[in-house]
Design a protein around this ligand. Structure first.
Ligand SMILES: NC(=O)c1ccc[n+]([C@@H]2O[C@H](COP(=O)([O-])OP(=O)(O)OC[C@H]3O[C@@H](n4cnc5c(N)ncnc54)[C@H](OP(=O)(O)O)[C@@H]3O)[C@@H](O)[C@H]2O)c1
Length: 384
């Protein structure tokens, strides 16, 4: 039987996913009953209407206007009310990664009501990983978040693979494509400086609304917190990632690196007792010397050696593709066909093999005193 599904958010990623669902076989196992945005929700959608809803929303039509034109039935409900009224089997959260973090509330309510959850929204997992995965475990539900890190590149799956198969001794990743594009612009035109690069990239929609998330490290720190938790460092948040702005490198340093066959990339590194985000000068031939906005990650394991992955790092369509992979896992789990992702029963999933020793790296900001000493630190060794 098809999983009764609601989609929270009708932005770039949601629209791309809704269009894909019209032609992907995963969709045969889902019945999208409702879609919500900030104005309310539409219900009673039929599958062929999903693509039309996406196209009309992209053209600026609100869900209310669309309902008047026959695309579903409009309710001025917020997302929690939609979940409470529909009581879906599956909630797909595609609301923004904003500081006020609407996603955490959505995830909590969905899991407490017994729904599986698939999300591309980083903030809930970055700040409340233990709470949310614990909630999923207690309710016997899947919480799948492969689309939160790496876009189309299945970075979280690779990290899990390394941790389940072997001992992960560290990882390094170039997982923010916007900062790579900015660095390449500065390298080619040092006179424009970082400000000039920001001014050029902003109209292209490449940077976050607050560009500091890309260039001062907030986005990478959130991804780092998620990966640290996946690696078995419970309770790590973005505050535990030592973060240096990529803009700390001067334009002449960036251009100088290019002249000697190097590129500047903003690198997330998780190693023994530390996790950091910092600009790195890499030889152009290095595995992490990505082109354009590509993502790359290198996972170092004790026996398997380095595992390296490249993929399209961001964008609505690659992210929607990653969501399809997570949705396929939920469907498989519901059919009793596979080991579920993180957050499900401890009896089914082997824990990561990173040992919980208690060394920790210097945090960017001092965490609240009440939490001091409560968390085990990362125990992985740095990659050479
Ligand atoms: N875009 C990417 O390349 C990418 C890649 C990886 C992950 N992600 C993550 O995926 C998520 C979606 O990204 P996006 O690019 O699609 O964002 P977006 O275009 O800004 O769309 C966000 C959608 O969420 C809706 N929304 C906001 N607050 C809401 C609330 N409280 N309840 C219900 N709906 C709400 C918005 O409604 P309105 O339409 O009414 O404004 C909008 O439709 C974000 O968390 C982002 O970080 C995005």
């Amino acid at each position: 039987m098809a999983l009764r599904t609601v989609v929270l958010g009708a932005g770039h990623v949601a629209r791309s996913l809704l269009s894909l669902l019209c032609r992907n076989e995963v969709a045969d196992h889902l019945q999208v009953l409702g879609v919500a945005d900030r104005s309310g929700a539409v219900l009673d959608l039929r599958r062929p209407q999903l693509r039309e809803l996406a196209a009309r929303k992209a053209a600026g039509q609100s869900l209310r206007t669309q309902a008047a034109a026959g695309i579903g039935r409009f309710h001025s409900w917020d997302a929690p009310r939609l979940i409470a009224e529909v009581r879906p089997d599956l909630v797909i959260d595609l609301t923004p990664s904003r500081p006020d973090d609407p996603g955490s509330r959505h995830l909590r309510i969905a899991l407490e009501q017994g729904a599986d959850v698939v999300t591309a929204n980083k903030q809930p997992l970055a700040w409340r990983y233990s709470e949310l995965t614990g909630l999923a475990r207690r309710h016997g539900r899947v919480l799948a978040f492969g689309a939160t890190v790496g876009g189309a590149a299945p970075v979280i799956d690779l990290v899990r693979y390394g941790a389940w198969a072997d001992q992960v001794v560290g990882l390094r990743g170039v997982l923010n494509g916007s900062s790579s594009l900015a660095a390449d612009l500065v390298a080619a035109h040092p006179r424009i400086g970082w400000e000039g690069a920001i001014a050029q990239l902003r109209p292209q929609g490449v940077l976050e609304e607050d560009w500091r998330l890309d260039l001062h490290g907030g986005d990478l720190a959130a991804k780092g917190a998620i990966l640290a938790n996946v690696l078995g460092a419970p309770g790590h948040t973005p505050l535990d990632i030592r973060t240096l702005p990529i803009t700390d490198l001067s334009p002449s340093e960036v251009a100088g690196a290019a002249e000697t066959g190097h590129v500047v990339r903003y690198v997330l590194a998780i190693g023994e007792g530390h996790a950091s985000v910092s600009p790195q000068v890499l030889p152009k031939t290095h595995a992490l010397a990505t082109t354009g906005a590509m993502a790359a990650v290198e996972v170092a394991t004790a026996l398997l050696g380095p595992l390296t992955l490249h993929g399209t790092g961001a964008g609505a369509a690659p992210t929607a593709g990653a969501l399809l992979a997570d949705l396929a896992q939920v469907v498989a789990f519901r059919q009793g066909r596979s080991v579920p992702p993180e957050g499900w029963g401890a009896s089914a999933a082997r824990p990561p093999s990173v040992s919980p020793s208690v060394r920790r790296g210097p945090p960017l900001l001092v965490p609240p005193a009440t939490r001091k000493g409560q968390r085990p630190a990362l125990s992985v060794r740095p990659v050479e």
